[in-house]
Design a protein around this ligand. Structure first.
Ligand SMILES: [Zn+2]
Length: 326
């Protein structure tokens, strides 16, 4: 581009872009939906799911100061300025023990999407089992062979780097198969490792009592997140129907409230399909949250709301990301 273009065309273009963005924000202000999983301090967190209570408190104080923090289930077509919604996935016990007091203290609402299969049990989610078996400092056999009709394969497991590679591979494969097949893999892995199952410990889900406490809190909304946390796209329509409808029914029975929002496990576009969306509509959900980046606008499909994953960031990093997102 020549000098004339730099002096005139570019600034004009940028000015027009700014006018367009400002107009869009006025006429159709975006909502940014944040996705948290856990609020706690963990000794090991390979999937980066936990935000420390201190950082979470700073995030919320900043949000409350700068934006309307809206409820996911509300009608957003009436909003007149850029807004934020806070969500949690999975249903870990720390949601009540550590996140809820902070939300309550700052005074902002959040929606908690809960997988019902582990409620009131001492069972871990499969990714926590993988972490416990593979990534802790314990002795393991020199290689692991997975028996499966489609994904049979052997991995060396002598070094921590090799175990991490196995962890990453199994993590990816697990998102492609149905629940029973994954349980069979986890049984193989447990038997191979020869470890006693110590129970879920820090990784436990809510008890029934904690779920009810959460549901009673005026800042909290409960949403469904399937029973087993399987990727819906790996399931038949019948299995999807079971996962979606049963998680809703269980939560409604436990909390005595109507559950009208849902989030897809894993939530990327490859993890759910048209059938999942249709079943969510049929189940009576008003919105379903996905897990890919973006803003929610009036034209956004309410059954595929984009969300932004929040990591254990200090305030500066969080603010930098928020400015980029909104
Ligand atoms: Zn999840």
């Amino acid at each position: 581009m020549n000098r004339w273009a730099y002096r005139t065309v570019l600034p004009t273009y940028r000015l027009l872009q700014r006018v367009k963005n400002a107009t869009t924000r006025l006429i159709d202000p975006p909502v940014v939906v944040l996705l948290y999983h856990r609020v706690t301090d963990l000794p090991s967190d390979p999937d980066m799911l936990a935000v420390s209570p201190d950082n979470f408190h700073r995030h919320l104080a900043y949000l409350k100061d700068r934006f309307p923090v809206v409820r996911l289930e509300d009608d957003w077509s009436v909003l007149r300025e850029p807004s934020v919604a806070i969500t949690f996935d999975d249903g870990y016990a720390d949601n009540v023990l550590e996140a809820l007091p902070i939300l309550d203290g700052v005074g902002v609402p959040a929606t908690f999407f809960i997988s019902t299969g582990n409620i009131g049990t001492d069972n871990e989610f499969w990714w926590d089992q993988l972490e416990r078996i593979l990534l802790r400092d314990v002795s393991l056999p020199a290689s692991f062979s997975l028996m499966d009709r489609q994904y049979s394969r052997a991995w060396p497991t002598e070094t921590m780097a090799q175990r991490q590679a196995l962890y990453v591979d199994l993590n990816a494969l697990a998102q492609k198969v149905e629940t029973e097949r994954l349980e069979y893999w986890l049984e193989q892995l447990s038997r191979w490792a020869g470890q006693e199952n110590p129970g879920a410990g820090l990784n436990r889900s809510l008890t029934e009592n904690e779920l009810q406490r959460l549901a009673r809190n005026p800042w909290a909304t409960i949403g469904a997140h399937t029973v087993s946390h399987a990727a819906l796209s790996a399931l038949s329509e019948k299995q999807q129907r079971y996962e979606i409808f049963t998680s809703k029914a269980v939560l409604e029975e436990q909390t005595g409230t109507k559950i009208n929002v849902f989030s897809y496990p894993f939530g990327n576009r490859k993890h759910y399909n048209r059938t999942s969306i249709n079943l969510c509509r049929e189940a009576g959900f008003v919105k379903s949250a996905a897990n890919f980046p973006g803003q929610v606008h009036r034209w956004t499909d309410p059954y595929q709301l984009p969300r932004r994953i929040v990591r254990n960031w200090d305030l500066d990093t969080f603010v930098t990301n928020m400015k980029y997102w909104i």
